[in-house]
Every structure is written in structure tokens, then in C-alpha cells.
Design a binder for this molecule. Sequence first.
Ligand SMILES: NC(=O)c1ccc[n+]([C@@H]2O[C@H](COP(=O)([O-])OP(=O)(O)OC[C@H]3O[C@@H](n4cnc5c(N)ncnc54)[C@H](OP(=O)(O)O)[C@@H]3O)[C@@H](O)[C@H]2O)c1
Length: 269
Amino acid sequence: MSSAKTVLITGGGAGIGLEMARLLAARGRRLVLVGRDAARLQAAADELYQTHGNEVHAVSIDLSEPGAAQRLLAHTREQGITVDTLINNAGSGVIDAHVEIDPPRIARMLQLNVVAVAELCRGYGEFMKRRRTGHILNIASTAAFQPTPYLAAYGASKAFVLNFSEALAKELEDYGVSVSCLAPGPTDTAFFDNVDPRRIEGGHFFAKGRRGNPREVAQAGVDLMARGGLTHVVGAANRCMIFGNRLLPRALVAAVSRRMLRPSPVKST
Ligand SMILES: NC(=O)c1ccc[n+]([C@@H]2O[C@H](COP(=O)([O-])OP(=O)(O)OC[C@H]3O[C@@H](n4cnc5c(N)ncnc54)[C@H](OP(=O)(O)O)[C@@H]3O)[C@@H](O)[C@H]2O)c1
């Protein structure tokens, strides 16, 4: 095995996670890519190996299942993989009126976005603290900074990621371990694939033309981690929006958020 540092990226086979994998592979990192779709992970691993010659280990696991984080920890331990950097990127969102969402979808989303993140930070973070070195990057969202009607539980799950990351950063900062949190705004990935495009077209906050570039988001995450920063909101417009939110009454922010996020009614033809 080479002496290259190893980065484990959940959701490293697609979207923002794959872009981060590409950037880190170019910096010579050894990678562990985690996701459910084994074929897609293997395609990503093959691409990174062919382009950069990096060692890439693909692990197919569904992190929305209870106990999955423990299985991933056991797997890397059994394989003798030392994780120097953990990127908790895998996440999913359900965009709909909360009371109309199939309950198991809510449970799976919270298990993935919240429980798995906390458990992976617990497991790999303990090891990093003992070694007195390591980096953790958690991907939150601009949805973390205010209530998000029609993504109520998703936004709240990202508020958890934001608060949790900042608290953990303070617990670990004296042990040589940095914890950073990246908050992207809407980004053009498969994240929106399960949303009826007619419900978010036109001037909607999630309209395709308004979404950011996943490569730029990934670059912001890699840069944040490299400087050991605490939290970074991607994009000047998003930073302004969040700053403005802090100055306004919460009731007004919630009302504006509702107007911005309400899905458009689909007209029957
Ligand atoms: N796109 C946006 O607008 C946006 C904005 C703010 C924040 N974010 C956050 O950014 C992160 C990355 O999202 P993305 O936009 O890159 O979305 P994406 O293209 O849908 O990628 C999601 C990744 O997570 C993996 N994943 C999903 N469910 C999983 C599960 N149950 N177990 C293991 N892996 C799972 C997927 O791989 P498999 O399908 O193979 O499992 C995929 O690699 C998420 O945390 C998301 O909440 C996204």
C-alpha cells in the first residue's frame, strides 16, 4: 500500500461526491467510495484509477438502513483501511408536503442524513482523536439556516448536520482533528430527479437554470477542508440570503421561505 492519505466519501459515486473524489484523486489521495449502486461506484473507481492511477476501494452499502454505519466501520477495519479524512456527503431529500410523504421515506431520509452522519463521525472521529490527526467534512445545505416548507424534514436534517458539525469541531479542535461543514445551495445533480420537473420550473427556487455547478461546490468543499474552516456557504447570493435571514423575524423568514419553495400546481392537459 502507498503512503497516500485515505479519504472516505459517502455518496462518492455521483453528483457532488464524485466531483470531490475527482479533485482529491488529482491530489493523489487514496479513496474509499461508498454508495448503494455497486456498478456506478465501480465505474467511478475505474475512471479515477485510469485518470490518476489512484487506489480506489468501492463499498456498496445502504446508509439509510439502521446499523449500516457500524457495518461500514467494521468493513474498513477488516480491510486494514485507515481513514484520514471522512466526507459525509451522501444525502437525500424528499420535496413534498410533509403529511403526504410515505412515512418509510421520511425514516430512511433521516437515518441517512442524520443518524448515519452522527454514527460515522462517532466511529471515525474516535480513531482520529486517538491518532491526533484527521479531517471531517459534512455536507449540509443552505436549507439548514431557516425553516423549509415542502422540505420540512430535509431542511431540519441539514440544520442538524450544521449544528452537530460546529459542535463536534469544537470538541475535536484540541486533538488535531478539523471538522468542517459545507452548505451548498441548489446544485445541478440527480438530487432533483425524483421531483416532477413541472412542479419546480419557471422562477422556482429549484428551477434547473438556477442551480449551481457540482464541480464548483466540490471545489469549495475541498478548499474548506484544506484550510480547516468551520462552515462555508457556497455562493455569494446564498451567503447574502442567509445573512438577511438572521436579521429578519423568524415568522417573516418562514413565510418568505414558503412562497419560494411551494411546488407549482401541475395543470391537467
Ligand atoms: N443538489 C443539491 O441541490 C444540494 C444542495 C444542498 C445540499 N446537497 C447535499 O449534497 C449532498 C450530495 O448530494 P448531490 O446533490 O450530489 O445528490 P446526488 O447526485 O443524488 O448524489 C447523492 C449521492 O449519495 C448516495 N446515496 C444516496 N442515498 C444513499 C444511501 N441510502 N446509502 C448510501 N449512499 C447513498 C448516492 O449514491 P447511490 O445512489 O449509489 O446510493 C449518490 O452518490 C447531499 O447530502 C445533499 O443533501 C445537495
